[in-house]
Design a protein around this ligand. Structure first.
Ligand code: SF4
Length: 218
């Protein structure tokens, strides 16, 4: 499998913020986001076997992490590797995904404990199908990266789709950390507007930035 890095740190995003985790960062992604902090031009990639990944995990497991984050890139593009690896993991699996590959998700959903699902502009159908695959599963939450002057219609559509499944599904609005093509932050007015739009449909909407970035953590 193509792995970018394996390391121990603290979860910096979403409702599990602050928990110690092992991060297995898969290489590559199927889409392009203007704010991506893991672009493919970063070429440090390792071709690891399952055994090699398990070897890398051994010293990190001694640090007593809460769970293992499967992140990227987009891990689901390597679903065959996930099917091989996940049954060997001895801690709860926390999947961080862009929410665009529902068929791949269906192949590994039963091996995952926490689902951190992004909503991405232009992928409404995929997002709906994605939530449908994990309908009834516990620990599903959605993350929306908020840019300045964000597309209002996106927040409406996303919130309505989520509410149709479960109005209590947590939505984390994550004000963007300027990076790559994104040079400015969302304003306080953007944040309030997005919160109000989403809260019209959903009961658990929170604003959480990327906390690891301002603590200097990985
Ligand atoms: S989905 Fe994630 S990894 Fe892929 S381009 Fe967007 S931010 Fe980067």
């Amino acid at each position: 499998m193509n792995i970018k890095e394996i390391f121990y740190s603290f979860q910096g995003e979403g409702p599990l913020v602050g928990y110690p985790q092992i991060f297995i960062r898969f290489y590559g992604c199927n889409i392009h986001c203007a704010y991506c902090d893991e672009p493919d031009f970063v070429k440090d990639k390792h071709n690891y076997t399952v055994d090699r990944v398990l070897e890398e995990l051994k010293p990190l497991l001694k640090l007593k992490p809460h769970s293992i984050s499967i992140t990227g890139g987009e891990p689901l593009i390597q679903v065959d590797a996930l099917k091989e690896l996940l049954p060997h993991l001895t801690l709860p699996v926390y999947l961080e995904t862009n929410g665009t590959l529902p068929k791949h998700l269906a192949e590994v959903a039963d091996l995952i404990t926490y689902f951190s699902v992004d909503y991405k502009h232009g992928f409404d159908k995929e997002f709906l199908a994605f939530l449908d695959v994990i309908k009834g599963y516990k620990n599903v939450f959605v993350k929306y990266v908020l840019i300045r002057d964000f597309p209002i219609e996106d927040v409406r559509k996303m919130s309505k789709i989520m509410a149709a499944f479960d109005p209590n599904m947590p939505l984390i609005i994550q004000p963007v950390t300027p990076f790559s093509e994104i040079k400015v932050k969302a304003t306080p007015a953007d944040i309030q507007k997005a919160f109000n739009l989403a809260s019209a449909h959903l009961k658990d909407v929170r604003i959480i930035p990327q906390t690891h970035k301002f603590m200097g953590l990985r």
